[in-house]
Design a protein around this ligand. Structure first.
Ligand code: FAD
Length: 429
């Protein structure tokens, strides 16, 4: 047999062993992106490169919601429930992380201004009835000519990591079939500027988190007001504010999932049976790999910037990358970013294909990605030296933006708590 024939035979054997051309039932394992995924990645990347990144510094300095950029995203269909639905529908679960990574590669703050709405959408999608989804999800986005944003309000001044400590209350007024909400929400992304607010409130304080429910506050509802706008370290193009609920009345139909389902759940809990869902935790769990992907986008942007800077910048008569200290730092950055992405993709795939998160793989992905983003952006500053520390160069902004990823959507400590409880089966404190 000639060498060429032997190689062809070996290739054929490998292809057969790997299931190539195999029409079997389950999808075979591959990390190769399909054409749709590549197209979406390139499309979002084009927007991130052409529109988001050039605007990043301006909106970080202005500390305002970049409405013109949101509108541009809406005009091309990127900011829309159709796009989010298309990303989510991808049966591999990778499209949502891929799109988020590319957008946040453009800029974290603007990325969050565009994607912040999706947290409220995820809550409606996860807990709403089909009618509620049809009514409220489109309203979260508005239209291409008049885009709107949505807010998800769970945290409170005294209830951050300890979601069970939520004090906001929802009381049912049977005569009017209305819910009356009272309380103060803290750090809400898009809080007060949103058209649609999704609020987590307690219907029975004694049941702690098992007595929580999620409510839609329709646009223009009296008694739902923005409190103080928060001045932040990073993600400054994304609006964050307190939200005050003061005898805020919403129709009975605004309880996500409906009253019958809530009553059944509360009855089960009061009988001492386990409740199937905890409103806020359910929303967080579903969104963790996506949040991790955002952190990876920021980390990758800083890594790429530092890599090209290190090739250009000369000291001691040679580019600084020719020193192992710099080259190894870049090698480690690339390694850690890729490792984090694999965890994110695994969790994205597990979530979409209905796998059980036996070891809290969703939390693992967010934990790793957040920590890598903080670490890699700090390394990028170090590689740029004095320039890295100035606002003339983008890596200090990326570092400020990255830091939130060890804090929101569950701090790193809380992710470790979730993972350690999952692997041990014990109530680690
Ligand atoms: C920019 C930004 C945007 C946000 N957007 C939203 C939003 O849209 N909607 C929303 O509802 N919330 C939002 N948040 C709130 C965010 O989710 C909370 O800040 C976060 O959950 C942490 O809560 P906390 O700030 O009260 O910290 P705390 O819970 O007070 O934690 C403080 C420290 O103690 C540690 N800690 C707490 N408990 C434990 C424990 N049991 N074991 C070990 N360590 C522990 C924490 O890890 C942390 O290091 C946002 C916050 C920011 C800053």
């Amino acid at each position: 047999m000639s060498d060429r024939a032997a190689v062809a035979e070996a290739e054929q054997a490998v292809a057969e062993a790997s299931g190539e051309g195999n029409d079997g039932d389950g999808p075979r394992f591959t990390l190769e992106l399909n054409q749709d995924q590549q197209d979406i990645r390139d499309w979002v990347h084009g927007f991130a490169e052409g529109v988001v990144r050039p605007a990043a510094e301006e909106w970080d300095e202005r500390e305002e919601t970049p409405w013109p950029i949101i509108q541009e995203a809406a005009k091309i269909g990127l900011y829309s429930f159709e796009a989010l639905g298309q990303f989510w529908a991808d049966e591999t679960g990778l499209m949502l992380p891929i799109a988020n990574e590319e957008l946040f590669w453009g800029d974290g703050g603007i990325g969050m201004a565009i994607m912040g709405t999706s947290l409220a959408v995820a809550a409606i999608f996860g807990q709403g009835t089909p009618e509620q989804m049809g009514e409220w999800i489109p309203q979260c986005f508005g239209t291409a000519d008049d885009p709107k944003v949505a807010a998800f309000c769970s945290s409170e001044p005294e209830a951050g990591s300890d979601v069970a400590a939520i004090r906001a209350t929802a009381k049912y007024d049977e005569a009017k079939d209305e819910w009356v909400l009272n309380g103060q929400k803290a750090w809400a992304t898009n809080g007060g500027i949103a058209d649609v607010h999704v609020v987590i409130a307690s219907v029975d304080r004694e049941l702690r988190s098992r007595g929580h429910a999620a409510f839609v506050i329709p646009p223009g509802t009296n008694g739902c007001e923005q409190g103080a706008k928060v001045k932040k370290h990073g993600l400054r193009a994304s609006h964050t504010a307190d939200v005050h609920l003061d005898d805020c009345r919403v129709p009975g139909a605004c309880l996500l999932g409906g009253k019958e389902k809530l009553d059944e759940r509360l009855a089960r809990v009061r009988e001492g049976k386990r409740s199937k869902s905890q409103a806020a935790m359910q929303t967080f769990e579903a969104s963790r790999p996506t949040v991790g992907a955002q952190a990876i986008g920021i980390a990758r942007a800083a890594y790429e910037y530092a890599l090209s800077y290190a090739k250009e910048r000369e000291q001691f008569g040679r580019p600084i990358i020719e020193n192992q200290a710099i080259a190894f730092a870049l090698a480690d950055m690339k390694l850690e970013i890729d490792a984090a992405r694999l965890l994110v993709w695994r969790a994205g795939w597990m979530g979409r294909s209905g796998q059980k998160f036996e070891n809290a793989e969703g939390s693992m992905s967010k934990l790793k990605a957040g920590e890598v983003a903080v670490w890699a952006t700090e390394r990028a500053i170090q590689i740029l030296g004095g320039n890295g520390y100035t606002r003339e160069y983008p890596v200090e902004r990326m570092h400020r933006d990255a830091k939130i990823y060890t804090i929101f959507e569950g701090t790193s400590e809380i992710q470790r708590l979730v993972i350690s409880r999952a692997i041990s089966g014990l109530q680690i404190k």
